[in-house]
Design a protein around this ligand. Structure first.
Ligand code: FAD
Length: 355
């Protein structure tokens, strides 16, 4: 007999754990399946110098405040991993590792969850697989001809790996700015961005981003004008290392090049930059390939949702991927609310089916 749970949560990062917390509170039977061998989701894989863009107390999952990290106002990724490990243990969340979900299929009244180590049947599924696992690389002429090393944000670790090298960092978001700041001192850095970098005011951190995302969602829900949300404030949180590099004059950005050559990048006016490596900090897409058998994806690759529920499959909820699954739901502090709503909706669905 295949194992069964009322709810299978796919992904044991912060979003999956927040879902587990609320399902447990509601007394729903569930299991969390996670492809990693250890707790912490994507935080286990980020670059060494990464720090959160909000203080610990503003980076907490439901039920348990993140403790402050000694001597760090903005905790580092190691601290986040320790917090998630503790969270999982404290609430006795049933996370099965190492289990990769390969596909979710409709199977009569149930959903069949095929994994690399067996099959589960569930009455509802929460997908919380994040975006880290689906890096995005833009199509750029000549990309295949470049003779140096090319890597994405997900592969970058530390500046020492590039000491003395000529490095092009592509991207005007937080990852691009932080990695450029990391490399600014010991490499020959060229930072390129699609439009001039937009730094948020120095006194604005993730707290304001959360407030802006929440205000936007409220405005949209109430049928008022779109406030523009987070994007209206700027693209780059001026975390201390970014501020320091910028203020030292080391973070000036060039516009995006027109093509890559064997030796580097070339702009339309004939300007060239030789490079040993290019780091693409060009973002992520939701990791949703395991949902392909359900055939729910729309033209832009997203699945249409009402709140967290897939519009065309009421037994499926999506959590944590971006604002489209709840305001700021791709953040530590923001995922709690949509996780609670998803758990409540699922509990109601299960009750209705029992009745
Ligand atoms: P993940 O952490 O990616 O967890 C998903 C889990 O699902 C992983 O363990 C993965 O192995 C598993 N999984 C994936 N596919 C499968 C599958 N098919 N089967 C089984 N398991 C699977 N947020 C903040 O609040 N503050 C910050 O300062 C902040 N900084 C960030 C900096 C960077 C560079 C990035 C990229 C993001 C940052 N975020 C920040 C956003 C967000 O908090 C993180 O991206 C976070 O990791 C998202 O959590 P998650 O649970 O949605 O996904």
């Amino acid at each position: 007999m295949t194992p069964r749970a009322d709810v299978v949560v796919i992904g044991g990062g912060q979003a999956g754990l927040a879902a587990g917390y609320h399902l447990r509170r509601l007394g729903v039977d569930f299991v969390i399946l996670d492809a990693q061998s250890t707790p912490g989701g994507a935080w286990q894989h980020t670059w060494d110098s990464l720090h959160l863009f909000s203080p610990a107390a503003f980076s907490s999952l439901p039920g348990r405040l993140m403790p402050a990290q000694p001597e760090e106002e903005y905790p580092d990724a190691v601290h986040v991993v320790a917090y998630l490990r503790d969270y999982e243990k404290r609430y006795e969340l049933d996370v099965r590792r190492t289990v990769r979900v390969l596909g979710v299929h409709r199977d009569g009244q149930l959903l069949r969850v095929e994994t690399d180590s067996g099959t589960w049947h569930a009455r509802a599924v929460i997908s919380a697989t994040g975006t880290w696992w689906h890096p995005f690389l833009p199509a750029v002429p000549g990309r295949g001809h470049f003779g140096g090393r090319q890597l994405h944000t997900v592969e970058y670790r530390r500046p020492q790996d590039f000491a003395g090298r000529r490095v092009i960092v592509v991207g005007g978001g937080n990852s691009g700015a932080q990695i450029a700041a990391d490399l600014a001192y010991d490499t020959e850095l060229t930072w390129v961005t699609q439009r001039p970098p937009r730094f948020l005011a120095d006194d604005i951190d993730g707290r304001a981003l959360f407030d802006a995302a929440t205000a936007r969602r409220r405005a949209l829900d109430a049928g008022r004008t779109d406030t523009g949300g987070v994007a209206s404030l700027g693209d780059i949180v001026a975390v201390p290392p970014v501020r320091a590099a910028r203020d030292a004059g080391l973070l000036t950005a060039a516009p995006i090049f027109t093509r890559l050559t064997r030796g580097g990048a070339e702009w339309a006016d004939g300007t060239r930059a030789e490079a040993d490596a290019i780091i693409w900090c060009t973002g992520f897409r939701p990791a949703l390939s395991h949902l392909a058998p359900l055939q729910l994806r729309g033209p832009r690759g997203h699945i249409a949702t009402a709140g967290t529920r897939a519009q065309d499959e009421p037994r499926l909820h999506l959590l944590g991927y971006g604002d489209w699954t709840g305001p700021a739901s791709a953040t530590l502090i923001g995922v709690g609310r949509p996780a609670r709503d998803a758990a409540r909706e699922i509990a109601a669905l299960l009750d209705a089916r029992h009745g």
